[in-house]
Design a protein around this ligand. Structure first.
Ligand SMILES: [Zn+2]
Length: 376
């Protein structure tokens, strides 16, 4: 290893005459299966994961707030998640956390806050924009502060006063946001909970969509649109599934009782069916949990991979959806998602090969992030 990256992978025994150049930089593994660290493509490290849908108000003077963000990143690393893409929080807070990366935590990829219309879903995060000049100015400001991608709300969502089936931005403004991101050399991704919002997002030229749900006002399960699935497959748009949200809401007793529980169960079952159809249509579906939102815990990724397998992916494909595939989607295949000479030494040791049994992902035995051993 050198500078946190793998320089050489040696198999077999070291007492057979071969000696590594510098013992201090060598990690020896005697048993188990050494795998690349996992990538969670969709998390909110500054949200509380306690069921609330309000963005916590943060004081820019309180350092405790950044400390808790680092604690979340440490907890994620302990779960074998060595790269986290944060899909939005209070932008100032997020950028202050990412400006001080620590060696004992997951690597953070940030967008700041999601762009949304005034009063739109996630406006609480603080990046509500009115028009094209405001979109360009916000993207420029985020790019300068260290954003690695731009998140755009393409539809309503769980925020009060918005509905998942309604598109957020007009087609021209959505295109403006995607182009502004491209202009700064950044990827974009669009939050979409309805077929129409996905059609608009793909039309605007984004390479990625978050959630990819087919909600309608009636929530009667008729929202799936095969033409949209075909469009996403044809354009090679990557989709993060975030199936964990529903699964974890349903695991909460107060939420599963009564009318709300019935709605959530129906919605989650429908989402699972729709995701299966996207997978079947050849859409690139990737693992992202939405950790921090609702009740989704920060170590939900192993469960998300299992949910993808439940939606019809092979074990190999579901595992790739949290390793090699997100690395490719982020343009970081040379850095993360696999173990090879030149990639970061982000490594997790399991008792068995995840390709034999995905459940081992819940039980990392050793974790290294950039070559640093994480205390489990
Ligand atoms: Zn989210």
């Amino acid at each position: 290893m050198r500078n946190g990256r793998i320089t050489e992978i040696m198999y077999g025994r070291f007492d057979d005459g071969r000696t590594p150049h510098d013992e201090r930089d060598v990690i020896r593994v005697d048993r188990g299966v050494l795998c690349p660290g996992l990538i969670d493509l969709h998390a909110h490290i500054t949200l509380p994961a306690d069921g609330s849908v309000e963005v916590p108000r943060v004081s820019p003077t309180l350092d405790g707030e950044t400390r808790s963000g680092h604690e979340v990143l440490r907890a994620m690393a302990r779960a074998g998640i060595t790269t986290v893409r944060d899909c939005g929080g209070d932008a100032d807070l997020i950028f202050r956390i990412s400006a001080r990366p620590r060696t004992d935590e997951a690597r953070l990829i940030t967008c700041g806050a999601p762009l949304t219309p005034i009063g739109g879903h996630g406006a609480d995060f603080g990046a509500a924009v009115r028009d094209a000049p405001e979109i360009r100015a916000t993207v420029a400001r985020f790019a300068e502060r260290g954003a690695r991608f731009i998140k755009i709300m393409g539809s309503g969502g769980g925020s009060n006063g918005t509905h998942p089936s309604d598109p957020s931005f007009s087609a021209p403004l959505l295109r403006e946001a995607v182009c502004a991101a491209n202009h700064h050399g950044l990827l974009s991704t669009v939050h979409c909970l309805s077929a129409e919002s996905m059609r608009l997002a793909a039309g605007a030229g984004t390479s990625m969509i978050e959630h990819a749900k087919f909600r309608t006002r009636a929530e009667d399960g008729t929202g799936f649109d095969p033409a949209v699935a075909e469009l996403l497959a044809e354009r090679g748009v990557d989709v993060t599934a975030t199936m964990s949200v529903g699964a974890h809401v349903l695991a909460q007793p107060p939420e599963v009782s009564g009318e709300a529980g019935i709605t959530w169960r129906r919605r989650h079952e429908q989402d699972m069916r729709d995701m299966s159809r996207l997978i079947e249509a050849g859409v690139s579906v990737l693992a992202g949990t939405d950790a921090g939102w609702r009740f989704t815990p920060f170590d939900a990724l192993a469960g998300e991979v299992a949910l993808l397998a439940e939606c019809g992916m092979s074990r190999a494909r579901a595992y790739a959806a949290a390793t090699t595939e997100p690395a490719r989607a982020l343009g970081r295949a040379g850095d993360i998602g696999r173990l090879a000479e030149g990639t970061y030494a982000d490594m997790v040791l399991y008792d068995d090969d995840p390709l034999n049994d995905l459940r081992v992902l819940h039980h990392p035995r050793l974790v290294f992030a950039g070559g640093m051993r994480i205390e489990l």
